[in-house]
Design a protein around this ligand. Structure first.
Ligand code: GLN
Length: 188
């Protein structure tokens, strides 16, 4: 099983390190051929406007849509979550538009643009998960077919629609690899 990590911009190295800690084969993804070689794909945090432009420039956007159409799991974290959504509030983002959700970028304001929170993540065992949020987006609305796996107060922070998973925090920036392990289990 090979889990791809989109490596156009952002903190893809940390995702690859998390996969390595789990003993899962990770692969940098930069081309449509790279995408096609993956059983699942992680879209990392970074700058969604930049990653979106690069996706289009290298033709990787259509390759990811094709991977999704084949039923392979996709996991977007932070900027990656923004790219998965159907509707993005603020900014002109070249999004994939696969997840039935509306998301607002940089929605927590400057004074708390980074914070941590303990989450109860439905599919995880072993107690609370300490999540790191950095200039995080906020889900403004999610469709009926979207399951909320974790919320921070009232706000969804990890959601799932079939084989699409999107989180507004950074599971790659902690040493608690349970979220990655769970995502890898979706890939088989
Ligand atoms: N603020 C970034 C964006 O809008 C996302 C932040 C992140 O990925 N840490 O793309």
């Amino acid at each position: 099983m090979t889990i791809g990590v989109l490596a156009l911009q952002g903190d893809f190295r940390e995702h690859l390190e998390a996969l390595a800690r789990l003993g899962v084969a990770g692969r940098n993804v930069r081309t449509p051929e790279d995408v096609a070689a993956c059983d699942a794909l992680i879209l990392p945090g970074g700058e969604s406007t930049t990653i979106g432009k690069l996706l289009v420039r290298f033709g990787v956007d259509d390759a990811i849509r094709e991977l999704h159409a084949q039923g392979k799991p996709l996991f977007g974290t932070c900027a990656g979550a923004i790219l998965l959504c159907r509707e993005v509030l603020e900014g002109d983002v070249d999004k994939l538009g696969l997840l039935d959700a509306r998301i607002a970028r940089n929605a927590y304001g400057r004074q708390i643009d980074s914070f941590e929170a303990d989450l109860d993540i439905a599919p995880l065992e072993g107690g609370a998960y300490r999540a790191v949020f950095i200039r995080a987006p906020r889900f403004a609305a999610v469709g009926d077919g979207v399951e909320v796996l974790a919320a921070n107060g009232e706000e969804p922070v990890l959601v799932r629609q079939g084989n699409l998973v999107a989180g507004t925090f950074h599971p790659e920036l902690t040493n608690d690899d349970r979220v990655h392990a769970w995502f890898c289990s979706l890939a088989g």
